[in-house]
Design a protein around this ligand. Structure first.
Ligand SMILES: [Zn+2]
Length: 146
């Protein structure tokens, strides 16, 4: 499992997992020594607090996957920065999102040639819990990006 987690980000460490119904819940923690403040770009090693952040990822062995990160809130150590704290962020997971980039790509692939209603049904069966409106929003966002 640790290897699978490292495909997402090599700084993530697998803690444990449990399987409930059709979903695998995987707990992970970041082992990065320092995190970079997204507001000023300064690296910080001072942890403010920790909280849990969960998101959906690609399925494993036909089971849906929810990953729970023990996420860090850091102090920004740059005296000139407007922010005193910031949350550790990851490339595979845009801030405030509940799905990894690679899962969003998979949802897009499934949704391209069918209606969003059909896509939601297909996805809910085997990939991830996703609603029709989420699919519409993703498609809209993709279209405006390109
Ligand atoms: Zn800062």
């Amino acid at each position: 499992m640790d290897e699978l987690i490292k495909f997402l980000d090599k700084n993530l460490e697998y803690i444990n997992h449990e399987i409930i119904d059709d979903t695998i819940y995987i707990h992970v923690i970041s082992n990065r020594k320092e995190a970079v403040c997204p507001f000023c770009g300064h690296a910080s090693i001072k942890t403010h607090s920790r909280y849990e952040r969960s998101f959906q990822d690609l399925p494993i062995q036909g089971k849906k996957v929810t990953i729970i990160i023990n996420n860090r809130k850091m102090f920004c150590q740059n005296a000139n920065c407007d922010h005193t704290t910031f949350a550790e962020t990851f490339d595979f997971l845009p801030s405030k999102r509940k799905k990894s980039n690679r899962l969003e790509n998979e949802i897009m692939n499934v949704s391209l040639n069918v209606s969003s209603m059909t896509a939601a049904d297909i996805l809910r069966n085997s990939v991830a819990n996703v609603g029709k409106s989420t699919i519409c929003n993703l498609l809209k966002k993709r279209n405006t990006n390109h």
